[in-house]
Write a protein that binds this ligand. Structure first.
Ligand code: WTA
Length: 629
């Protein structure tokens, strides 16, 4: 499974293209199967369906936990670094993690949770979040983790979309010097979630919470009574493992579904290879488990490889902007994986913060979530990697389950700001607007993938048509990523950003339509249009053009009210950075908003707005520009 040289990479890549089934079967056979598979792949991108290892049975936790009990039972699996730097870090060995997962599996079973049931998890970054995820996987329940920063409304939308039976949460959360309510937010969400029968609450902040008789239970009390014996549920490789909601161009976030077998094989394979993980290495992924990066490269990928994974509860700037570097020293981190937005923000605090920090344990650095600009890449390389750690700029998506285009650390020759080459099993192609393949090098196009890999999205929960139209209808026969991409003279790939109406704010995906809907819910707002604009730290910021019913009496106050509405409807991460009040929006005669113009204005490029003659009322543009100045 392990690639050790550039030549081995090329060999693996060729085999994965010429004989994909043989290639992936060999890798899959390195895992423990309850019943071996005989069929490797069945697929169609035309009438979308993909099945890997279809008739095999397995359980991902048997591979992520039980398998290591024979070899490394007393090695750390998860190292929990609490929010307060003075608080003791807690290590869970594989044996301990296994026991706690089994216990919590029995807690879930005692509440009547069965294979196929959906479980919503809304928790801060504490070990119990990983335990809850793994316990679901062990008994075959489908976890749906909702990022702890989302609002009650977002939680209830997600619960109702997949009809979750149970919610797992905490009393509160601590992030930096803030205490945040969690149970209270869940309580608000559950006012409109009839499917939920049980809520399990782990204590974290000792915040007073209301516990509803017959519905709410304390995690600690239930765990104390549970047995540590729980056999892993035999799962078909194509049974769903989890749902994770993500934003698209239109409508509400959709539930991306990943299945057990393919996801296991692909996350484990990519983790081992891209990061060149060696036994005993300490791996620190800073992503929250509420996002795909946390699912695949904090929990599953590392544990499947018997790795040591650091789980950090806090934020990079508490108690000061040196926190990540202190954690690296404290836990002797060898591989560090973070997002460009964090790098840019920490870079902004100046190099003094780095004085006296010992980063000598680092061997590999990673970047994920958004394009990394060259300046940030250089700083990361020089200051954090001390000039001698390869940076793996990993391009992938919630829908891809695992890393897709990325260097292999220490093996692929790097180029700053390039995701470089496709991993084995990944067949990228660039197409023009009409779906025609753009061949050769030194070209730009829309990035598609033409062949399935094991952890490709299987469906969007409850709406397979939506999955087909979103990913497989723009360019028939191809999976469309939504990203623009260049392939340079050397055949290296550089992702240039989304080409659809999805924004990437601090590495978080947010749909323009979602934010518009939230703004439009504010009283007095008639209509709004949202675009992304370049932002020094966040990568992209959110710019909202808003039409109100009456001229506002106090613009600043109305802006604040709108921000509060967006935070309530979606969550604080979706709050616009700029709100401009306008009297009209640039619409075509057919009523479509010309976002191209709004993007230019948001970028401050008033001179190059292009053709505005197809607008219903071209004078709208002048007044928008006047208002933006
Ligand atoms: C963007 C996060 C450039 C891209 C794993 C993609 C990137 C979206 C990179 C997916 C990268 C992710 N370089 N852009 N290395 N990694 N992206 O679903 O636009 O939260 O489509 O998955 O992030 O975001 P998602």
């Amino acid at each position: 499974m392990r690639i050790n040289s550039l030549q081995e990479y090329h060999e693996a890549y060729s085999l994965s293209v010429e004989k994909p089934e043989e290639f992936w079967a060999n890798i899959a056979n390195e895992f423990d199967w309850i019943k071996p598979f005989t069929k490797v792949l069945d697929w169609s991108f035309d009438d979308y369906s993909v099945k890997w290892f279809e008739d095999g049975q397995m359980n991902i936790t048997a591979n992520a936990l039980d398998r290591h009990l024979k070899t490394i039972p007393d090695q750390a699996a998860i190292v929990y670094e609490p929010n307060e730097p003075g608080d003791e870090a807690i290590t869970l060995t594989y044996r301990q993690l296994h026991a706690r997962v089994c216990k919590f599996s029995n807690v879930l079973k005692a509440q009547g949770v069965k294979k196929g049931d959906r479980v919503c998890i809304y928790m801060p970054m504490i070990p119990e979040l990983a335990i809850a995820v793994l316990a679901c996987a062990r008994i075959g329940a489908i976890h749906s983790v909702v990022f702890g920063g989302f609002s009650a409304q977002s939680i209830s939308d997600r619960i109702n979309d997949s009809l979750c039976k149970i919610v797992i949460t905490t009393d509160g959360a601590v992030r930096g010097n803030k205490t945040i309510p969690m149970k209270e937010t869940v309580d608000d969400a559950l006012l409109s979630c009839p499917s939920v029968e049980t809520v399990i609450v782990k204590t974290r902040t000792k915040t007073p919470v209301s516990m509803l008789k017959g519905r709410d239970l304390w995690w600690e009390e239930e765990e104390a009574q549970a047995s540590a014996d729980c056999a892993p549920e035999p799962m078909n490789a194509e049974d769903p493992l989890f749902i994770l909601y993500t934003s698209g161009s239109t409508g509400k976030p959709k539930g991306v579904v990943h299945t057990c077998g393919g996801y296991m094989v692909y996350t484990a394979y990519t983790f081992a290879n891209v990061f060149q993980y060696n036994p005993g290495d300490v791996f620190f992924c800073t992503a929250d488990i509420g996002w795909i990066t946390g699912h695949s490269y904090l929990v599953y990928g590392p544990l499947l490889n018997g790795a040591i994974s650091v789980l950090f509860e806090g934020i990079p700037t508490y108690p000061d902007a040196g926190r990540f570097w202190d954690i690296i020293k404290r836990h002797q981190v060898n591989i560090f994986y973070t997002a460009p937005t964090a790098i840019r923000s920490l870079m902004g605090f100046g190099d003094e913060v780095l004085e006296g920090k010992d980063l000598s344990s680092l061997r590999v650095l990673g970047s994920v979530g958004e394009p990394i600009n060259e300046e940030a890449w250089q700083w990361y390389h020089e200051k954090i990697g001390q000039g001698n750690c390869p940076i793996v700029d990993t391009w992938w998506q919630t829908e891809t389950g695992g890393l897709m285009i990325s260097p292999i650390a220490g093996i692929t020759p790097l180029k700053p700001a390039f995701a470089t080459l496709p991993l084995p099993g990944v067949q990228p192609i660039l197409v023009d607007e009409n779906g025609k393949e753009i061949e050769g090098n030194g070209v730009n196009g829309n990035l598609c993938i033409k062949y399935p890999w094991p952890s490709i999205i299987r469906t969007t929960y409850g709406d397979h048509e939506r999955c087909k139209t979103t990913y497989f209808s723009t360019y028939p026969g191809l999976y469309f990523t939504g990203d623009g991409c260049m392939r340079d003279e050397d055949g290296y790939y550089r992702i240039t950003g989304r080409v659809d109406d999805v924004m990437n704010i601090s590495g978080h995906r947010i749909g323009t339509a979602e934010v518009e809907n939230a703004i439009n819910m504010h009283t007095g707002v008639i209509e709004s249009a949202v675009v992304g604009f370049p932002h020094d730290v966040k990568g992209q910021g959110i710019y909202a053009y808003v039409i109100c019913e009456h001229p506002t009496i106090n613009d600043d106050l109305t802006r604040k009210d709108i921000l509060a509405t967006v935070a309530r409807v979606i969550g604080p991460i979706a709050k616009p950075d700029k709100i401009q009040f306008v009297t009209g929006l640039p619409k075509t005669r057919s009523g479509k908003i010309m976002r191209r113009i709004l993007r230019k204005v948001a970028e401050g490029e008033f001179g190059s707005l292009g053709d505005t003659s197809t607008l219903l009322d071209p004078s709208v543009v002048d007044s928008i520009i006047a208002g933006a100045l």
